[in-house]
Design a protein around this ligand. Sequence first.
Ligand code: AP5
Ligand code: ZN
Length: 208
Amino acid sequence: MIVILVGPPGSGKGTQAKVLCGKFGVPQISTGDMLRAAKAAGTLDPRYRAIMDAGGLVPDEAMIELIDKRIDDADCKNGFLLDGFPRTVPQAEALERLLAGRGLAIDAVLQLDVARSLLEERLIHRRTDKRSGQIYHLVYNPPPPDAELEHRADDRPEAVGKRLDAYEAMTAALLPYYEAKGLLRRVDGVGKPEEVTARVLGALGRAQ
Ligand code: AP5
Ligand code: ZN
């Protein structure tokens, strides 16, 4: 199973990916998480770090190289769920080439649809548990008292607006691209996370 989650920052890609990967036994490949892990390890190119923190997009070639290596890992042999990649049409074209070269193809592209007016509020109140990677929201899904909370550098209000603009300028173009290939399935991303999960499973033709 090769599934792509597309949606603006804060639409719930990471939240849904964790549930779906648990159900299907495939890894979540989040390019954002991979970049943040490299940043924490001090191995991320400082130019990319500055781009990320400001809310821009890291160059396509660097992201394509990262994915080219990752999908050969042993845990990807039964498929994977891509969260945050591809994010531009050149990345989508490169992904198709990488998959075709391995005899693989995309099963579905799920678009999580959430209005921009709701996204800022979701992002500004997001916190992540450093140890478990679990995603919380200070109001909708409060963390337990013993969580070791992290606030993402790009969740500052100045960066959030830039990320939403980058989505509209670059990533939204993926929707007609995948629609034309008959792969796109739109899912309403508003509601409780478990309601969204039920819609996602329905869109994939899977029972709860
Ligand atoms: P990335 O980490 O992919 O960030 P993003 O796309 O901006 O998405 P987020 O992680 O912010 O949101 P999400 O959709 O995962 O939502 P979440 O589930 O956390 O990328 C970060 C950066 O890395 C990019 O800006 C770029 O610089 C770089 N990058 C990464 N990939 C790249 C690529 N391919 N090319 C170039 N650059 C790349 O939920 C958000 C909040 O909402 C949480 O608080 C959560 O609890 C809450 N929430 C979730 N679901 C619900 C719900 N149903 N109701 C209420 N609240 C909810
Ligand atoms: Zn995410």
